[in-house]
Structure formats: structure tokens, C-alpha cells
Design a protein around this ligand. Sequence first.
Ligand code: AMP
Length: 480
Amino acid sequence: MSFTLQTGVREECGVFGIYNCEKENVARDICYGLTALQHRGQEACGIAVVDTDGPLGQAGCRKGLGLVNEVFHEENTDQLQGNLGIGHVRYSTTGSPTAENIQPLVLKYHKGVLCLAHNGNLINTQSLRRKLQETGAVFQTTMDSEVISLLIARERLQTSSVEEAIRRTAAQIRGAYALVILSPRKLIGVRDPLGLRPLCLGKKGKSWILASESCAINAVGGEFIRDIEPGEIITITGSDMHSRNIFQKKTQDGTAVKPPACAHCIFEYIYFARLDSYIDGISVYEARLKGGAALARTFPVPADVVTGVPDSGLVAAMGYAREAGIPFSLLFHKNSYVGRTFIKPTQKERENSVRMKLSVIEPAVKGKRIILVDDSIVRGTTIRNLIGMLKKAGAREVHVRISSPPFLYPCYFGTDVPSNRQLIASSRSSAEIQQEIGADSLAYMPVFALSEMVGRLSICTACFTGSYPMDISSEITQDR
Ligand code: AMP
């Protein structure tokens, strides 16, 4: 991923869970899994573990602000003893970046300990929180994940299993969620009914694994088994695994409740997910190659070389180059040692950070007509700076191709796109943006071409089209 913290759009979170049936400690594997998911959030991370033979109300937990390798080292990881555990990497989308807002959430309720890690964003948190508060609930964080935990704990008073409590909770919450829950003898994974956020299942020897992306299963030496279905609640109890669906419930006349159509987040494929992951049966790498090829077919232009913005635009650029029959060339060197702390979210610092992170390889640029591919334009800072650098190094022409449509609408499901005011595309035409960034031509992926990336997968494109996969109007006016 090229620029994460400094760009203003904030990405989501990553979740990981593991149950070792041979009673071996799992904290190290969680660390490795979270490290593989680090691209999904760099602000904070945490791990919670239990011993499935130990006391029901006891969990070991460690959390902190920073990267996984800053918060966890050998010694403090090995202190977390337990064969069942979950972990989380966070970039806040709701709730402020304070210590109490770091996940997993660990709650003690009448059945013992309940730990929860959440990726996604609910749209009806405020009204649910209000209702819970009116009946005496006390909240310690500002996260919507705490609302989910409290609802599960409450419903559990009336239900015979935690899964049924989760199902009843799912009927009340609206929005995007991929959850891993530890309760205290079970590992449970839940995916929202639209499948907005990813979650998959893997196995490593005698361990079951749940993870946001398959790259995390590979990182611990495990084997990918399958994606969790939209609306699925999967329970792992030792060597047993059970699956049920939020929609297994029947209506009063006995017919099954029809699940809504899926709406997988297309931005996972465009930007968020790691290149080596598969999500809902589709390789992220191949989706990006196909996106680049679709751009080349739709918006060809004569040029000498095609290049991508490292790292997020590279694969789409390769796809473009291959389709157009124009050589792909690396024109930027990326300095991988620019620390996160170096980067501050003011506009001036954003500009500096582009130059600190990327420099032009001058001999490859001089006199060339260049096609420059990136996955998205948010404020335009990155692309404007890079075009300036290419032109200064002697580029004859720079044609920009973006492998997503213009960002125009807010995402309520976990992709924290900045307010419309900051989105360059919300107030300017393509021609105006082209002029502002200094490009010789500019073209964005058309919305209709997104399906070329993912075939027949049913996707959410709301941030580009404003067409939301669920009714948000009542919630947003009530909640925000
Ligand atoms: P900007 O410089 O504000 O136009 O931001 C564009 C850059 O931000 C591109 O290089 C993208 O790869 C990157 N980007 C896009 N979406 C996100 C996101 N959600 N979080 C962090 N970076 C992003």
C-alpha cells in the first residue's frame, strides 16, 4: 500500500481468530496473522486469549497503540497463555484513537468472558446505544463494537446458546461487520448479511483459523478452506465446527426469510486487500490486473511506458501495459523506511511525505510519454506531486489512468472516506482535475467496467455511485 496514514481516507481493520485443539498456545500465531493483516490498520492492535480448560471468566489480553511488532515482542506474547484467541489491527473508523478503543473488547458477563474483534461499521449504533443506555447500560468506549458485545450479552440472558444470542443481535444491528468472537469455550465467526467485509476460514494442523484475508492464514502456515458466507455464523468448538445462517429463521407462515443480495466491497479488490489474498473466490492480484486491462481497453493513449504508483497502482499498471502492448517500467523508487510517525495529517506534511516516500528514477523518465496508473485519487496530493516530479525529470507527457471511478459519496460501511469537501472529484469535473494535477490526460475506470475485475460477484459501489445496498437515510439522519 502506498500512503496509508497520511492520505486522510482511513482504512478498515483486520481480525484474526484461532482455536488449537491440542491445547497449544496460540498467541504467537495470532501475532503472525495480525502482522500479515497490518495493511488493514496501523493505529493499534491487540490480542485476547483463553485456556479452554481454564476458568470461564478468565482471559489474557494485551493491547497497545502502534504496529504489531511495536506492541508485541517474544516475551509479552508468550505471557499470553491459552489455546483459543482472537486479535485485531485497527484503524479507527468510529471512535477516537484512544487506548480504551483498542480491540479486542473483553467483557465479563454471566457466562464468563466474551471477547470480540470487529471489522466494519454499523449505521444504527447511536440509536442502539441510546436504547441500551435507557435500560441501564454503561459504555466504556465509543466503539460500535461495544454495542454489539452488550447486545450479545443481553440476548444471552434469554437464549440457550451464544449463537442464538448472536443471531438475535444480528437482527438488530445494521451495517457492515466481520466479527471474531471468543465465548469462552468457542471461537465464532460472523459475517454481515451482505458480505460487505471479508472473513475466511482456514486450518493448520489441529487449529481452526478465522481471518479477514487468506494471506493471514498462509502467514501462519495454514491452509485456506473457504470464505465465510454472507450472514453465516460459524462456531468452532474443539474439533467440531457448526454453521448456521442469520436467515435460517422462518417467517410466521413457515417460509424461510429470504437473504438480501450480497454487496461485497469493491474497494477491497481495488485497494485494501493484500495482493496475495483471495476474497470470495477471487484473487485480488488478478482482479487488479483485469482492472488495468479494462482501463487500457476503455481509455487507450499512445505512450512509451506504463508505470504504477508504488505499491497500490503497480498491478493495475501491469494489467494496463499487458493489454496495451506498451512496456511496463518502474519509474519510482519507494523508500520503505519512512516511518509512520514521520507522517502527519496536515496538507503541507502530506506533500512532503509523498517526496519522502517516492523519488523518480530519472534516466527511465527523460523524454518519455508516460502512462501513470494509480488505484484512486482522494485529495489529489499524491498524483499531483508525482506528475510534478516526472515532468521535472524530463517526462514529455504524463497520462493518468485511475483504476477506480471517482470517489463521490461517503462510505458508511467501514471505509472512512473524508468529507465531500476534501474529495477532489466531488466539486470538480475530470477536465478541471486534469488541469489541477498537471496531467496531459486523465481517465477513471467507469463504474460499468468494475465488473470486469470481479466477474459476476455482486458488489457495493456506493462510494462511487451513491447507490447504497441498504436503506441508510433514516439511520443517518437519526444517528449522525
Ligand atoms: P490523495 O493523495 O489524497 O489523492 O490519495 C490517493 C492515494 O491514497 C492513492 O495512492 C491511494 O493508493 C491511497 N488510498 C486510497 N484509498 C485509501 C485509504 N482508504 N486509506 C489510505 N490510503 C488510500
